[in-house]
Design a protein around this ligand. Sequence first.
Ligand code: SF4
Length: 388
Amino acid sequence: MKKNARTDFGLKREPQYLHDANQLPYLSKKEKAELKKVADKFAFRTNEYYLSLIDWDNPDDPIRKLIIPHPDELKDWGSLDACNESSVTVRKGVQHKYQSTALLLVTEKCGGFCRYCFRKRLFLKHIDEVTYDINEGINYIKAHPEINNVLLTGGDPMVLGTGYLKKILSALHQIEHVRIVRIGTKMPAFNPYRFINDPELMSVLKEHSPPDRRLYFVCHFDHPNELTDVCREGIRLLQQAEVICVNQNPILRGISDNPATMAALWNELSYIGVPQYYIFQGRPTRGNESFEIPIVEAYFKIEEAKKKCSGLAKRVRYVMSHASGKIEIIGVDHNYIYLKYHRAKDIEDEQRIVVCYRDDQASWLEQLKPVEGYANEFFQGEEEQGAA
Ligand code: SF4
């Protein structure tokens, strides 16, 4: 492999997957031994194509930080299930948190394992949360007419074989009250050849994206370096298959927290018709401390990025995906942080505003003290905490 290569792969190439840190190029034996200790705990996976995006001469390369294990992951910080997904798991591999939305966790594999993944627990050997038999999930959705949209996730559903994906999409299409199917995927970034090399997949997607029931791809691009020519070709094929693509990603220290880089990503995505949908506050997940950014810092960086974007590129919402709901951070001033429940586990909370004292160190709802007249029942700090 050529050092600093961007994409010297032909469009027909099938990149090989790597699971062993010892297979990594350009690292010393000592470095590989250190990485192996991390990968023994939190699985490592990538492929030749994605590795080719790394500038190995730059220790702070964002793609390197995203995919290559780091000893900081072994620090005892955060929780394996930071959003308490177990409390909304209604069947094996089926989550039902918001009335109209169900999640099917259909695989525990991805095109690569992001080091900051909030579902990294799924990749642990002793965890068995995913379902490879979707019948129970399909029956659950059939019995709940309030569910009008289903998110296929995991893991990354695009690692599944085309035949199995077709089976899942067809089963969902036969349920009349399901009007939207979304697929959460980082495959257009990790391995766009998945779309380029499989015309049958593209026809299956097209077949399940008719004009009145569009199929959505919720893509996961973190950095403009991922938007290679090969990737753009993958996106073009998806759009040709009538799939609607949007993007969402977390704001992460050293990967996606630079306002100029964020703006470049959102602008580029708007040019290729993949609008940025959400940017997430990093969940306090086990081993993710080095990626964390306080809410106030993240808010101002996002606002700075928005200034460099067209209106179409900055439709993004900055949200905290908390156990109680998807909470939008709508503003920060000298004294306060203004939050709004964009989606809520308890429907009564939907659209509820919460105003908290500004705390420049806080990175999660539990650390935000509510102002008198507003409720934050999750606040766990000291009474004196907060500004003003
Ligand atoms: S692609 Fe998604 S599910 Fe897979 S490791 Fe990355 S963040 Fe986690």
